[in-house]
Design a protein around this ligand. Structure first.
Ligand SMILES: Nc1ncnc2c1ncn2[C@@H]1O[C@H](COP(=O)(O)OP(=O)(O)O)[C@@H](O)[C@H]1O
Ligand SMILES: [Mg+2]
Length: 221
């Protein structure tokens, strides 16, 4: 489903150059449930952003369903991302001025989906994450766990084949974190979604089929 070959990524700021990824080669199979673990700053988010086509690698190839996408134009990458990938950010990234259902509809605005169909799909996604009773609430009126569930609904509303989640349980207590894990597990098992999540929590990682460990921009074997 996703393949990275010798992927490197360097961040250049004024005085320092940070080698965030140093030659990562990794395959994620269709419908796999994988967690990525490693100390803070080792490159987990950078790796997830590259897999999610939110960033381009400095070196190395990225394949999505066998297609090499390095040379794609930004416009085509954006279309591919919108069609195939759902991304859950650690900090939720909900739009505070929009209510829950409007937040969830956002990815569908970039597709030719009617307003009525958008409502229906957003309501279905929110039902999957158990938030049907909160459609008209605003993000600030929700708990952290509920906001994260809205962020997941938004990521899955377009039925992506791939769901990438950056520390989706990081800000939550363990019960809420377990509920988020249940949702991710259901997506993988019932809908064959490929799920890759970053986590610091060994117990949550063990619920995945495979743990990929990183250290200092490299995979640990
Ligand atoms: N936008 C950026 N500009 C400069 N350096 C960055 C940027 N994003 C991440 N880094 C650096 O790259 C390294 C890897 O970061 P990151 O992928 O966020 O790690 P992790 O998610 O494992 O904590 C860190 O040293 C971090 O400081
Ligand atoms: Mg991170």
């Amino acid at each position: 489903m996703i393949e990275l070959k010798d992927t490197c990524k360097t961040y250049q700021t004024k005085n320092i150059e940070t080698l965030a990824l140093r030659g990562i080669s990794l395959q994620i199979e269709k419908s796999e449930f994988v967690s990525i673990m490693g100390p803070s700053g080792c490159g987990k988010s950078t790796l997830l952003h590259i897999m999610g086509l939110l960033a381009r690698p400095g070196e190395g190839a990225v394949y999505l369903e066998g297609e090499k996408i390095n040379s794609y134009r930004d416009k085509d990458v954006a279309r591919l991302r919108n069609q195939k990938i759902g991304f859950v950010f650690q900090s939720y990234n909900l739009i505070p001025d929009l209510n829950v259902i409007d937040n969830v509809e956002i990815p569908l605005l970039y597709r030719s989906v009617s307003g009525k169909e958008r409502r229906k799909l957003a309501a279905e996604a929110l039902e999957k994450v158990g938030l049907s009773a909160r459609l008209r609430h605003f993000p600030t009126e929700l708990s952290g766990g509920q906001q994260q569930r809205v962020a997941i609904a938004r990521a899955i509303v377009g039925r992506p084949k791939i769901l990438l989640a950056d520390e989706p349980t990081g800000n939550l207590d363990s019960k809420m974190g377990d509920e988020i894990m249940d949702i991710l597990e259901d997506l993988q098992q019932l809908e064959n979604t490929t799920v890759v999540m970053v986590t610091h929590d060994e117990e949550k990682a063990r619920r995945c089929q495979r743990i990929v460990r990183m250290f200092d921009g490299q995979l640990v074997h």
